[in-house]
Design a protein around this ligand. Structure first.
Ligand code: ZN
Length: 188
């Protein structure tokens, strides 16, 4: 098992649609184990394969909710159904998210309150999780990665422009940049 470099926005694999996993083989098991190590080292609450340079439809998550329920797992070839977005005003404190591929930055984004995740596990068994709140947000964020979408692509004005400036300020947005959890320390 190993901690992998996390690709930073601008790397093409982050901006294109990932392809379905065809079979759970030794290579996929190693990838998923490394993704858990990388997520833990970062640390993060979710990580999608494109973030470690692999364009496959798989993500991992690790989150303890407000009721102390620990949600940890891997979603292979997921589908996601989401509830309609509420239209009330964004709460910048409660609704800001970040991304390990846009490290050290956070911006507010409205997400669906509920998300139904359907995926298979590493044994090829289908499962379903009816997620609420922050877990639903994690699933939406990670699922987006599999479609080549970063949360900063979804920001409403004026946050979208602020994110573009942050990318520019950090000299991101071009191919070939990454950071290694445990080696590179990020200002946050
Ligand atoms: Zn992300």
């Amino acid at each position: 098992m190993a901690v992998l470099p996390i690709r930073i926005t601008g790397e093409p694999v982050l901006h294109r649609r990932a392809v379905p996993v065809e079979s759970v083989d030794e290579a996929l098991l190693t990838l998923v184990a490394d993704m858990f190590d990388t997520m833990e080292a970062a640390p993060g609450v979710g990580l999608a394969a494109p973030q470690v340079g692999v364009g496959l439809r798989v993500f991992v998550y690790d989150w303890t909710d407000e009721h102390d329920v620990h949600w940890r797992g891997v979603a292979v070839n997921p589908e996601l159904l989401v509830s309609p977005l509420e239209l009330d005003e964004l709460d910048e404190d409660d609704e800001s998210e970040g991304c390990l591929s846009v490290p050290g930055e956070r911006f507010p984004l409205r997400r669906a309150e509920r998300a139904l995740l359907r995926a298979t596990d590493l044994d090829g068994e289908p499962f379903e999780i009816d997620a609420r709140g922050w877990l639903a947000r994690i699933f939406q964020h990670e699922y987006d990665h599999l479609d080549g979408v970063l949360y900063v692509d979804r920001l409403a004005h004026p946050h979208g422009r602020a994110a573009q400036k942050a990318v520019k300020r950090n000299s991101w947005g071009s191919p070939g940049q990454s950071w290694l959890p445990g080696r590179d320390h990020l200002e946050d």
